[in-house]
Structures are given as structure tokens and as C-alpha cells.
Design a protein around this ligand. Structure first.
Ligand SMILES: Nc1nc2c(ncn2[C@@H]2O[C@H](COP(=O)(O)OP(=O)(O)OP(=O)(O)O)[C@@H](O)[C@H]2O)c(=O)[nH]1
Length: 434
């Protein structure tokens, strides 16, 4: 409460005229808008008896237009009446008021104002006036609204947003993050994002520096949800810099790519699988062999091929029909699969022709392997078509040899097996090197 008639708060005596002049100049030059009213509680309530130039500027009214008017002239349709009611009660009870609302200037344009009202009492404690200090906060509120809009947009976007500080500790995650990971914001604040990668560091994406050097990347390493299930993301990152250009934060935007990645893998699988037998198809086999051509010696000199062809298959088709023929092919494929090691690749090379790519094996071991399969065929009494046999050609890759040459030699060995009565294994000849 302000008592202009007392010098006590100044700590020194000042002639009343000097003091009055000082206050007049101070009010006139105040950056904040100041308006003083009388203490009339009847009718429209207090009337303006003084307004400083800053108040004139804020409201658009001249001092002459303001004097004798109620400050109510500043109110309009968007003025919050609850705030006005609160103010009225404070005025009536002679207590300090502080609040904010929308007012209207002389042209009818709304502005946001923050103001306080203090009663001014005379020496006997009777309220004589009210002084109100006001500030136009329209720009401030617009900035705040914009900030909160951006924060809301960031929070509500269905993508996953995460902000980390320079120490790479999480300071913000949005609802999208919570929904994707199952973690609530409170559970992750202060943690490093790597906690999502599980306990095995080798499955984790690269560190933050390398991720930032490649601002958009797809994480093939799975992340782990709170419930332990895996998910993949397409992620892009940006660094946030202060005015001096120093990086202060990192922001990452991620999209759940689990389903897409699964579909891609399924498509890839479909493209490399033979529909009838479920074995690798020829295209996949050719790609596999190409990898060996690209390898340097001596990594490929333990590569062997087994080329095999079912004997007299045409007869099976002719006798039992194509559908039964298909079943026989499937059954043969199953047999090959069950005989092969996990490191071997079984490929349907043609109609009733198969190729087994045997890595890390000697020629002798591969010949034994082929012989074992041959015997399995021989012993396998197919319920409908009876016994089915196959002929085999085996070749081992020589130093510097191409897979095309290796295939050719295995094929010739198979041809020899057919010529020599079928149901046998033949070893490929060494090529004639010039
Ligand atoms: N049912 C079925 N038959 C196929 C398929 N692909 C190829 N064949 C048949 O396999 C037979 C292969 O016949 P040939 O090339 O004469 O060979 P073969 O009768 O096995 O005789 P040899 O190889 O000399 O022992 C043909 O009748 C083809 O139609 C298939 O996907 N399903």
C-alpha cells in the first residue's frame, strides 16, 4: 500500500513540492502504463483522474478523453469477466490486485494486458485513489502461444521425437515415443538413448557422432520396447545450436519401420525362394556363386559343388502325372535339405536338377557327402512313385578358378554319371590349364 503523505519509506525528509514534482516526472516518464483513479464505488465505479503518456500510447486514448471516464471503457467481448470480478472485489475490500486479461484500445483492437492495482490511502487510512500499473504483453503472449503450439505439435506428432542434451542424455520424448517404446517420459529422462538397444552393444547402431554425420539413417539393429519386443526405426537427426553456433542439443525423429522391414524381408525371401520346393531358386544360387568370384584366395579354395539330377524323372511324370511328379520333387528337396549342413546351400537349379554349394569342405569329404545323399535317395521308398534315384557330379574349386568353370566341371561330371548308368557319383576332372 502506498502512502504518498509519508516520508518514512524514503528515509529522508523531502519538501512536499519537490516530492510531488519528482513523482509527477517519474509517472510521466514510466515505461509501464500508469493510471490513477478516484475511489468512487458508486455507479460505474472509480473514474480516471490521471494517465501517463505510456498509458495513452497503449490505449490510443488521449488524456483528455480518459479523464473522468471509467477504466471499463477498455473492456470488450473477450475481456475475461472472472478477472474483472476478482478485481472489483479487491477494490471493494481495498486489497492489492494483480491479473491479466484482454482489453481493447480506442480503435477497438484487442491487446493482452497485465496489471496491478494498489489502493492509495490518506493519513487516516481512508482509500482516496487507486493506482494501476499496466503492461501490454500481447507480443510476449504471442511468442508464448507460438512456443506452446510448437511444443504441442512436437508432442502430438505420431512420429517418435526425442531430444538429448550435449551429454547425450534424454531431456524430452513425445507421446509418439511413449507409444512406440512403451516407456513413459519419466522413465527415460536423464538416460542415454542407448538403453533402447538392449544389453548387447554389438547390436547397437553407431554412436551419436557417426549418426550425425549421416543425418538420415535406418536402424537395422533392433531397438527393444519396455516389454522386450523388438522394433526398427527410420531415423533422422539434427543438432540444435545456440546463437553462437555451439551445439546444445540433438533432436531425433523416428518412424516405426518394423512392418516395412518385415515386408521387405518377406519379399526378398520370396524373390530368392523356389515356390514349389522352398529351396533357394537359381537366381539366388547365381548370386551366391558370384560372391565366391568376388572373394580373394585362398578363402574360396575350399568350395565344392554337388550337381545332381533325378534319374528318369520324365518317366515318373509320364506314369503318375505332373502333380505326383511335383510331390516327388518336393520330397526329394526335403531329403536334400535334411542331409545338408546348416552351412550348405541347396538350390533348385532347374526342373529336376539341384545344386548344393558346400563351403569349407575338401573334395574327398564332398564326394562322401554326395555318396551319402545318393544312398538316402536309393533307400527312400516314395509312397506313390516308389524308389527314386539321382546322379551326381562333384567338383572342387581350384585356385583362380571361376564359379562358371567350376559349375561346368560339376555338370560334366554329372553327365558322366548319367552316361555310366545313373545312380552314381562322379568326380569332376581337373581343367586343362595352359
Ligand atoms: N512334375 C514336374 N516335372 C518337371 C518339373 N520340371 C521339370 N520336370 C520334368 O522333368 C523331366 C525331365 O526329363 P529329362 O530331362 O528327359 O530327364 P529324365 O527323364 O530325368 O532323364 P535323365 O535326367 O536322363 O535321367 C521332364 O519331363 C520335365 O517336364 C516340375 O517342376 N514338375
Amino acid at each position: 500500500m502506498t502512502d504518498l503523505n509519508s516520508n518514512a519509506h524514503l528515509g529522508l525528509a523531502m519538501p512536499v513540492e519537490t516530492k510531488t514534482l519528482l513523482f509527477q516526472v517519474a509517472l510521466d516518464q514510466s515505461y509501464n502504463s500508469v493510471v490513477i483513479t478516484d475511489a468512487n464505488t458508486k455507479g460505474d465505479g472509480p473514474r480516471i483522474i490521471y494517465a501517463n503518456p505510456s498509458f495513452e500510447k497503449m490505449t490510443g486514448y488521449t488524456l483528455c478523453e480518459l479523464i473522468g471516464k471509467s477504466p471499463k471503457i477498455l473492456q470488450g467481448p473477450l475481456t475475461d469477466q472472472r478477472v474483472i470480478e476478482e478485481m472489483r472485489l479487491c477494490i471493494q475490500s481495498g486489497t492489492f490486485f494483480e491479473g491479466s486479461a484482454i482489453n481493447y484500445n480506442k480503435n477497438g483492437a484487442p491487446y493482452n494486458v497485465e496489471w496491478s492495482i494498489s489502493p492509495i490511502k490518506d493519513q487516516s487510512g481512508v482509500i482516496q485513489n487507486f493506482i494501476s500499473v499496466q503492461r501490454n504483453v500481447t507480443t510476449l503472449i504471442a511468442v508464448q502461444q507460438k512456443r506452446s503450439l510448437l511444443a504441442k505439435a512436437l508432442n502430438d506428432t505420431p512420429d517418435c521425437v526425442m531430444i538429448t542434451d550435449i551429454q547425450n542424455r534424454i531431456i524430452f520424448v513425445n507421446i509418439g515415443f511413449e507409444q512406440l517404446t512403451g516407456y513413459k517420459q519419466d522413465e527415460v529422462l536423464g538416460k542415454e538413448p542407448s538403453f533402447l538397444w538392449g544389453s548387447k552393444p554389438e547390436t547397437a547402431p553407431d554412436n551419436i557422432e557417426s549418426r550425425l554425420s549421416n543425418l538420415h539413417f535406418q536402424s537395422h539393429a533392433p531397438n527393444l520396447r519396455k516389454d522386450g519386443s523388438k522394433f526398427h526405426v527410420d531415423q533422422s537427426m539434427a543438432n540444435i545450436q545456440d546463437d553462437a553456433g555451439k551445439v546444445t542439443h540433438y533432436v531425433s525423429f523416428s518412424k516405426d519401420s518394423t512392418d516395412r522391414l518385415k515386408q521387405e524381408l518377406e519379399l526378398k525371401d520370396m524373390a530368392s525362394t523356389d515356390a514349389l520346393t522352398g529351396l533357394l531358386n537359381r537366381r539366388a544360387g547365381e548370386q551366391l556363386l558370384k560372391q565366391y568370384d568376388d572373394m580373394t584366395q585362398p578363402a574360396n579354395n575350399m568350395l565344392c559343388l554337388i550337381m545332381l539330377d533325378i534319374d528318369n524323372f520324365k518317366k515318373i511324370n509320364d506314369t503318375f502325372g505332373h502333380v505326383i511328379g511335383d510331390q516327388a520333387l518336393k520330397s526329394c528337396s526335403q531329403l536334400l535339405k535334411s542331409e545338408a549342413r546348416a552351412t550348405d546351400s541347396v538350390i533348385r537349379w532347374g526342373g529336376e536338377e539341384f545344386l548344393i554349394v558346400v563351403s569349407n569342405s575338401t573334395l574327398k569329404a564332398t564326394l562322401n557327402f554326395a555318396e551319402r545323399i545318393r544312398k538316402s535317395f536309393e533307400l527312400n521308398n516314395e509312397s506313390t512313385v516308389g524308389f527314386v534315384t539321382a546322379s551326381f557330379g562333384v567338383a572342387q574349386m581350384l585356385t583362380g578358378e571361376s564359379t562358371a568353370s567350376l559349375l561346368n566341371r560339376a555338370d560334366k561330371a554329372l553327365y558322366k554319371a548319367k552316361l555310366e548308368g545313373r545312380n552314381c557319383v562322379k568326380c569332376a576332372k581337373q581343367p586343362i590349364l595352359f
